[in-house]
Every structure is written in C-alpha cells, then in structure tokens.
Design a protein around this ligand. Structure first.
Ligand code: HEM
Length: 469
C-alpha cells in the first residue's frame, strides 16, 4: 500500500541518467569498438541497465552515443520517426556517399518514395515473377555445384554471387556477370563506411589520403555499375517504356511509376538511380549473409539437415513459391539464421528533442543505437543464445519469438521496416530449399567468423563441402 506516495524523504521519481560505459581509461570504448564492434556491444549490453551511455575516444576526439538493448525501448523509438530521425553519423555517411534513396530519405520525401515503390513490392510480383527468378538462379547454381561434387565451395562468395544475380534480374532483367565482378572488387567500401561512422570527425573524403582515395574510387565504381545498368536498359528501350516482355522488372516499374496521390509526379532519373543503387546494395549482401551463415550452421548440424531434408523430400523439385507454406522447418531455419546473424546488426536514430527512454533522460541531439545483434544474442531473452536452434520459432499461434514484440527484429520495426522484407523472406527459404534438396553439406568450421561492416558479413571465406543427394 502507498508505494507511490511521495513524501519529503522521497522526492517524485524523475528521469534517471543512464549508467555510463567507461571501457578503458581516457579512450573509453573507442579502441574496443574499432577492434571488435560486435563483441564490445555485447559486453556493454551485459550490464543491468536497459540503456547505457557509451563514450568512445579521448577527450576532444570523442563520439558519445546511447546503446539500448531492451525490447521495450525499441517500439517508442522506431514507431516515432518524426521524433527519432535518421541523422546519425552512419546514416549521414550513407546519404552523402550513396544518395538519398529510400534507405535514408525521411518525412514527406520518404512517404513519396514509399508510395512510388508500392507497386514494385506487391505480394503478387514477389510470389510470381521474382520467385521464378529466384528458383531459376538457384537451380543454375545447384547445377554448377553438381560438377564440383565432392569438392569444397566458399558458400559466402557463392551466396553473394547468387543473390546479386537474383536482384540484378529482378531490378534490370539483366545478366549481372560483369556487374558482380565489379561490385565484388569494391566490397571493402561497406567496411570503410562503417569505420567512418565510428570516429567523431572522419577526414572529409575530399582529403586525398590513400585510404580516402580508395573509398572514393570504390564509391565511384559502385555508382557507375548502377548507372551502366540503367544506361544499358535505356539503350534497349529508349522510350523508357516497358514492353510486355520486361514489364515485370523493377527498373521499368520505377521509370514508369506515378505517384498515386499526384499522378503527374514521376521519379527523376537521378531518383531512379539512387533507388536502384540502394536496392542493388541492400538487396543482396544482407540476404547473402543470412544464407551463407545459415548454410554453415546447417553444415555443422547433421540433425537439422536431416529435419530439412525430410521436409524437402515431400515436395517437388525445384521448390517453388507455392511450396513455401509447407516448408515449415526451412522457414524456421531462416528465422534462426536471421536471429544469430542479423545483417542489419545496428540501427541508429537521433533524438530531435529531449526524450525519456525506459525512465532514463536522453538529451536532444543524442544518437541512440538499437542493435538487433544485441537483442538477438541476449541471454535474458534467448536461452543459450549462441546455439543454432530453429525450434525457437516453433510457437503456438499468436506467440512472439523471444516472448515480446521486438525481441526478434531482423527487419527493423515501425514505419521504416525493411521494404524488402517479403522479398527476402521469399528468397532465403527458396534458395535454402533448392540447395538442400540437392546436396548434403559438411564443414570443419566451428563458428562463423564475422565482421561488422555497414552490414554484418563473414570476415573470411566459408568453406563448406558438398555431396549430391
Ligand atoms: C535478409 C535481408 C534483409 C535484412 C536483414 C534487412 C534489414 C533491414 C532493416 C533492419 C531495415 C531498417 C533500417 C532502419 O530502420 O534503420 C531495412 C530497411 C530497408 N531495406 Fe532491408 N533488409 C534485407 C533485405 C532487403 C532487400 C532485399 C531490399 C530491397 C530489394 C531492402 C531494402 C531496404 C530499404 C529500401 C530499406 C529502407 C526502408 C524505409 O526506410 O522505409 N532490404 N532493412
């Protein structure tokens, strides 16, 4: 009784100040974050507080941000994009270097772009034309693997190539062989941009240090891959209009799209190029990491492979989108791979005004990191969090994975939830099904070596041995 009564001895509870993560003397968590970003986030989050203030770097050369690792803090931030904006250091870098496509756009501009994209990601298109491309490209890879039977492949390199081919055909109806070679050569840009986001005042890219020159050249190359593909597409169809044959590819949909609220409005060529670039990058590395890490986990587990094989033996070959409802354990294996290896490992937002998060005061202008990586590996939420266990997703109707709404959030939450989610959740199980139907996998890897670039990716090749079934 009376626990909420305030007396002179006990002042009304006001917002508390989040505990401070000190790390090392003077430099705080700076060096640790640079050396091992993912491990350091887990160390910080292991503390008892749902919100921690992190200081990285020596005085005068410091980045400060807050890390929250509590599912209850996620909803209030991600569902209020007008108060929590994408103006963090990392998003600014992505915006400056890759243009203002839908990943970085905000407010009315973002709403306009999302309206334009609605017809591009309809369930009918995903289950139809896009799924056909996924199945076809997966069968081609399986045929190629057949000739390497008994040998070992790097599943990461092969998944990057496969997912790039898939998104290339979905976007442009184009053969991506040459484009993939070019994109792979500049894969280091992903990591370089992440490192820039971690230091407080990165040298402007215009300063011609050897490192900067390499990043600038890499970015130019990525942009020109996208613009070459668009130019090639325009050469084939100079009017920009689609024909019956290519009416399904995303580029023609974008070139022809009109805003449902303002039918005279169209995307400019620059806007189409920005959008395409983001889809090209966001649309393959993420799915590739999910698949590659998932394949390693399955290769390490004869039990889970057997479960999936027996499910797959009851459907025809190649598995098609109509089979997805029956690929129950394959779907759970994908979800578990997304839990352990969330490609978007950390999301950032900046508070426009003073905010209160889980009872803690967050001053206006602060950056807050929400980390699916941390949430997905929290022992408070997931028993034995490092263990690959698809049964975590074998839940009664209405139950939530991890027991609460944002405990599992590989695609984010709120209005900015991943626009490619349905595509990824069609692609990943269909690829896994198509490959497992044909092969058994083994590996000597005991874990997946990871690096936190802008997206989470394997840091070394992932050798896996194949045996045709
Ligand atoms: C396994 C695959 C994928 C994962 C784990 C993933 C994850 C995410 C996450 C967490 C966000 C939210 C970012 C934030 O709120 O700050 C996001 C947004 C986004 N993703 Fe994905 N993604 C995947 C695949 C894709 C694909 C296939 C595409 C496009 C073809 C795509 C395009 C985008 C775009 C455009 C946004 C921004 C959406 C908005 O702000 O409205 N993603 N993604």
């Amino acid at each position: 009784m009376g626990t909420d009564v305030h007396t002179a001895d006990r002042p009304p509870a006001g917002p508390a100040i989040p505990p401070h993560f000190a790390g090392r003397p003077i430099v705080g968590a700076g060096i640790d974050l640079q050396r091992d970003f993912l491990g350091t986030l887990l160390t910080i989050a292991a503390g008892p507080s749902p919100v921690t203030k992190v200081v990285a770097g020596p005085p005068g050369w410091r980045r400060e941000f807050y890390l929250t690792s509590h599912p209850d803090a996620v909803g209030p931030i991600l569902s209020a994009p007008e108060r929590w904006v994408k103006q963090t250091a990392t998003y600014e870098i992505v915006r400056r270097t890759l243009g203002n496509g839908m990943l970085t756009a905000e407010g009315d501009e973002w709403r306009r772009q999302r309206r334009f994209l609605a017809p591009v990601f309809t369930p009918r298109r995903i289950a139809g034309a896009y799924a056909d491309i996924i199945v076809d490209e997966t069968s081609r890879l399986a045929d190629r693997w057949d000739t390497t039977t008994g040998r070992t492949v790097d599943v990461h390199a092969d998944m990057v190539e496969l997912t790039a081919r898939i998104i290339g055909r979905i976007l442009f109806g184009a053969d991506m062989t040459e484009a993939i070679r070019r994109i792979t050569r500049v894969a280091f840009v992903n990591e370089a941009l992440m490192r820039r986001g971690l230091v407080p005042h990165p040298l402007p890219l215009a300063v011609p240090t050897p490192g900067n020159r390499r990043v600038v050249a890499g970015l130019r190359e990525i942009r020109s891959v996208a613009s070459d593909l668009i130019a090639e597409r325009r050469r084939r169809y100079p009017s920009g209009r689609s024909t019956a044959d290519d009416a399904q590819d995303m580029l023609s949909l974008l070139l022809n799209a009109r805003d449902a609220e303002n039918p005279t409005d169209r995307l400019t060529d620059q806007e189409v190029a920005d959008q395409v670039l983001i889809f090209l990058l966001a649309g393959h590395e993420t799915t590739a990491s999910t698949l590659a890490c998932g394949l390693v986990e399955l290769a390490r587990s004869p039990h889970w492979q057997a479960v999936l094989h027996s499910e797959l033996d009851n459907i025809g070959y190649p598995p098609a989108s109509a089979d997805l409802p029956r690929l129950v354990w394959t779907g759970r294996a994908v979800r578990e791979s997304l839990r352990l290896y969330p490609a978007a490992h950390t999301l950032g937002r900046r508070a426009l005004a003073d905010e209160i998060l889980c009872g803690y005061a967050i001053p206006a202008g602060s950056d807050v990191l929400i980390s699916p990586w941390v949430l997905h590996r929290s022992p408070r939420i997931w028993p034995e969090p490092a263990r690959f266990d698809p049964t975590r997703f074998d839940l009664p109707d209405g139950a939530l994975p991890g027991g609460s709404r944002h405990a599992w959030m590989p695609f984010g939450a709120g209005p900015h939830t991943c626009v490619g989610m349905q595509l990824a959740m069609t692609e990943a199980p269909l690829v896994l099904a198509g490959l497992l139907r044909r092969f058994e996998f083994t590996t000597e890897l005991t874990s997946v070596p990871l690096t936190a670039a802008v997206s989470l990716r394997p840091s070394r090749p992932l050798p896996v041995s194949l045996r045709a079934r």
